[in-house]
Each structure stands twice: as structure tokens, then as C-alpha cells.
Ligand binder design. Sequence first.
Ligand code: PMP
Length: 451
Amino acid sequence: GIKHFVEKTPKSLEFYMEAAKVMPGGTTANIKFFPPYPIIMEKGMGSRLYDLDGNEYIDYLLSYGALILGHGHPRVLQAVQKQLYENGTYLFGTPHRLEVEMGKKIQQLYPSIELLRYTNSGTEATLLAIRMAYAYTGKNKIAKFEGHYHGGYDQVLVSVNPPVEKAGHPLHPKSIAESKGMDDYHEEHTIVLPFNDIDAASAILRKRQGELAAVIVEPVQGGFIPAERSFIEGLRELTKELDILLIFDEVKTCFRLGLGGAQQYYNIKPDLTALGKAVGGGYPIGITGGRRDIMEVSLPKAASDVFDNSQSKHSDARDVLFHSGTYNGHPSILAAGLETIAVLEEEINQINEAAETLKKGISKLFLQKGIAVKTLGLGSIFNLILTEKDKILNYRDLQNADFSLRRELDFQLINEGIYTKPLNRYSISSAHGQEEIDKTLEAYDKVIRRL
Ligand code: PMP
């Protein structure tokens, strides 16, 4: 696979050597690198990506799930253009109409979100949620689950991808920093829990109850390992009982399990929610939202006189929470987000059905070849796990999967014009129709026969 890859992408290699003179590793995010070198893409249209050598790919990376309508959806482009040109400027530095329109849409789709704030990324959205939880509860630790990603800052950048031999007992995972340059503080202050095991998680949470402001969870780990219903319901009840806030990180799941995200799918009301990725239709955005009384820790003091009918029981805590950002609520991005929602209201079922068809088709081809595979995920995002294991419930369950076969498969598929970053998940967009599914399954058929 790799030999043919190198033959097909000489300009990517040449340009990559230039990129390495500008950015460490030739890339501006570590995960965007893969050996021998990442493909340099030049253009995206609909379901397709085109690289420097002119190769065409059906894109299943979709910018890590953000592009739920594919590349350059005409209605989204038009909405952005209209905002940019007709309103004369693109950034007001004041409250504006689209913040309210988008906010009302989000409140409607996510009933747990009574108030919200805009940020520029998913990372900032979880960061703000955690700070709000600290401010609201007066406690200063959080718990997260092993294998879950919430952004690249210290509090949550532990035990995302830990070496298992150092990660401790599966039911009592250790908190392990993912990055050099993080001080030890967060290894001690971020408690790590095992996913999909309510008894084990409960034992830890009960012990640390007095220290914990919040538990943050990806309701579908990595976008492809769903929480078991009894687990997530148990977590909701338990956190309520223990006075620990529950934060749903729906940066990946929002709009991909239906417009109401995982909380609609599981029928659970978290206290706080972080949204991102698909919400901006490919433009940078994050949203932090949740219970009114919690969100009001960020009520400006000067405004609390105006809103003296506020429900907040923490009125003394107002204005203690700093939240700011030059680009928060950027009008052209909100225009893109609103139009994305409008398109999804018509097309989301079709996207999820296309994903189902693709998953079934891939499973069937592997079955015919006698290779054990799981197409794991809900809605329009899934992962391909080559494993004999019956159930994949958490990070540890992934360890015995055959990643080298998967890597070989991915390179051969790239050579056939089917793109995702090797070992990455698959996301589907509204631009992935029957033609794309058929082409993809043809390529799979060819490649699986060769494996
Ligand atoms: N939370 C989850 C669940 C994510 O998948 C991601 C991004 N992969 C983030 C947070 C961070 O979002 P961003 O990259 O927009 O900062």
C-alpha cells in the first residue's frame, strides 16, 4: 500500500518538504501528520478532495467530522457571502441579530441549554464549561473518562491515549499527562474514570465527591463507542445525587446523532453542554450552554441590576467568571451555522441512512472474506475496528484490535481514491449519495480481496 501511495503522491512529498521548513513536522496540528507524509490537499468540492497531484478522493475525514454538508455547500456559501457583503462588515464587536437567531435554534434543539455563550472552538467550549462548573460549585477538580478527548489544555489532556502498561487497573485508571510541558498538577487534579462501567465509576466518584465540580463525558467516545444506555442514565442519576455537575461534550456528536445530539438520543439532560464542529458547518465555532442558574455565573455585574428577576441562586457569584473573545459569535460563522441547520432539517435522515448503508456494505465484504470487523458508531460517524472481540465498550477494549491491518487497508483505499487519515474514523456528509457509497464499496471489495 505505502509504495503505491508514494508513487501516486510525488508532489505531496515535494511540498511536504517545504512545509517542514515552515512548521514543526510540516503541519499545524500533530494529528494531521501520518507516516510517511500527509497528502497535501488543494481543493474540496462536495464529497470530494483533490490533492496537489490531481488525485481525486471521496473524503471520509471531512475535517474530523466538521463538514456535515461536505465541502463548499452552495447554500452555506451563499449565506456567508450574503452576511459578508450585504451587511458591510464581518465583525461588529457588539451583540447582534444572528447570535440570538442561532441561540434560539440551539435552545430549541437542545432543551437542556437554557442559556449559552459562543466560543471559537470545541476546546474553548469545554474549557468554559469546566470553569463555569468550578465557579458554580466552588470545587476545583473534574473527572473525565479514559480515552475521551475534550481539547488540548491541561485539565483534560490526561489519559486520552495512555500507554496501557502505565495506565493502571482498567477499573481504576491512572491520570497520565498526554503532553510534555504540562505540570503535574492536573495529573492529580483530574480524576480518570472507566467508561461504560457505572459501578467502577461510582466507586471513584463517591470517594472524591467533595472535591469534584464536574464529570465531563463524550456520550459517544471518540464519536464511535456509544455509552450504554444504562451507563449514561446511571451517570446522570449518580452525579445528581452527589452534587457533581454533568458536562456532555457533544463537540463531535452534535448533529451527527440527529439534530438534538446524544442528549436527545439518550433522552438525558446534562447540566452543561459543549458543542462544536458541525455546528459551524466548517467554520470555527464552539458553544457552551446549559442550566440558567449555572450559566448565570457569567452574568456581567452591571447587567444583573437590569435582570433582577433572574433565577440565579448564585447572584453573589456574578461576574466572577471571566469569559471573553474577540471573535466570539462571529456573524459570518453564525450565518454558516444557521444555514447548516436549515439544510440538515431537510437532509439529516438521508445522511444517517447513507452511513447505515455504507456500514452494512463494508461489514458484508469483510464477512465474505472471513475477517472479523466492527463498524462501530451511531448516526453519520463510525469507525472500523478489526477485532474478534464481541463488545467494544471503552479504551481498553480497543487495545487488541488489528491496527496494522487497518493501516494497510487505509493506504490501499487511499490509492483507490477513498480518503480518511489512516486509522481515523469515517464521517458521512449530505454530499455522500448512492454514487459515492457504490464507488466506496467497489474500492473496498477490490482491496479486501487483496488483503
Ligand atoms: N471535544 C471533542 C469530543 C472533540 O472531538 C474535539 C475535537 N476533535 C474537541 C473537543 C476539541 O474541539 P476543537 O478541535 O474544535 O478545539
